[in-house]
Design a protein around this ligand. Sequence first.
Ligand SMILES: Cc1cc2nc3c(=O)[nH]c(=O)nc-3n(C[C@H](O)[C@H](O)[C@H](O)COP(=O)(O)OP(=O)(O)OC[C@H]3O[C@@H](n4cnc5c(N)ncnc54)[C@H](O)[C@@H]3O)c2cc1C
Length: 405
Amino acid sequence: MDARIAIVGAGPAGALLAYLLSSRGVDTLLIERQSDFAREFRGEILQPSGIRALEASGIRLDVLRTARPRFFEAYLRGRCFFSVEVDDPEALIPTAVSQPHLLEHLVERGQATGHLEFLRGTALRGLEPRDAGFEMRLLESGRDSEARRRVPFVIGADGRASLVRKRIAPRVVTRSTPLDIVWFKLPLPDAWKVAPRGRFEMGGGHLLISVNSPDDQLQTAWVIIKGTYGALRKRSPAEWAEEMAAHADPELAEHILLHRDSMRSPFLLNAVTDRVVGWTAPGALLIGDAAHTMSPVGGQGINLALRDAIVAANELVPALRSGGDLDTAAARVESLRAREIDRVQRIAAVPPRIVMGTTAAHAIARRGLAMLGRLSRFGAIREGIGRNPVLSALLDGVTEVHLEV
Ligand SMILES: Cc1cc2nc3c(=O)[nH]c(=O)nc-3n(C[C@H](O)[C@H](O)[C@H](O)COP(=O)(O)OP(=O)(O)OC[C@H]3O[C@@H](n4cnc5c(N)ncnc54)[C@H](O)[C@@H]3O)c2cc1C
């Protein structure tokens, strides 16, 4: 197949765009360095904005492996100050979606169109401008010699360490993200099997987030102050468990300690927030984390990546169909997405300061938050919180994004 577009990276951004283009008759090449989607780490929480992006693309959540919380809870120093039960099964709420399952589904649907060539286990190693497009150097895993492919247009959806970004984007604005995350899974507590939940626990400069994962485990993110991992690393995972348990409510603390030896593959994730200024170069466009790496705070990155893919399809498909100028079409993607990305990155920078800050002002802010949480049992206050523009930006997005092709 002579692809008109090559997409590097089959994460949420690249896989959805590959499906949208191929299902609209555009011959597309998708390149993914991993041969198994489970080998690349990703968060799994989809917000309503991301769920809507999938549904608009014809991807129904009920065919995917998901874990939908019934309770959302927040704790300060081991005491619950907010708990809400979502008993409406139709309500659109943050939901954990198995990323390997979603990505397999997207590439299978793309391949079924006959317009998608998917190179799994193949890494982009180099990118050189040739004629009006690019020549890519590709290395298939297990081989020692590179192959070369020429394509008229390249999309970099290759994540936070994007090679395409390095090749085409000279200017990157970085925001301080003063946290890192220890990421691991534990067996699911019995009570969570019956009533799935999402729990946030703060206090003592720590944040512990626990949710049911789609593979029926307890996915836990222990958010720590950037730079403190070095000291932690010198201690055994069993000692980490003790430290973590000290910041959890009594029930979860007991569970963590009981299962400290079966903690599955704990690893550190370096949180980064940045944004490329200028997502395009002649013959190329960046989307998803390659264009704007998202902090894990607020669980936004997958959602924004999916919404980028929709906007990119809206702009590129008409130009591809009419023989119009792809560079002009691609340049509109950044201008349509920049406001949402910037707003979400600004919002995501605030909670770490409140939750993990060590000054008296931070402690007062935490207590204020807990007070508000307790008051939210009163309907009028709960409705006020529900209408809060910050919450609505995180749940529903900032700008209108509709699939138009
Ligand atoms: C700790 C943590 C928790 C998070 N939790 C959430 C969450 O709950 N919800 C949420 O919405 N977001 C979350 N995020 C952010 C989210 O994971 C990312 O924003 C999202 O995955 C970005 O999607 P993407 O498609 O742009 O890039 P990625 O998902 O990073 O995909 C890029 C793909 O490109 C491939 N690739 C890279 N280089 C090459 C190459 N040279 N050749 C070929 N292929 C290549 C990679 O293997 C990868 O598959 C979290 C992030 C972190 C760090």
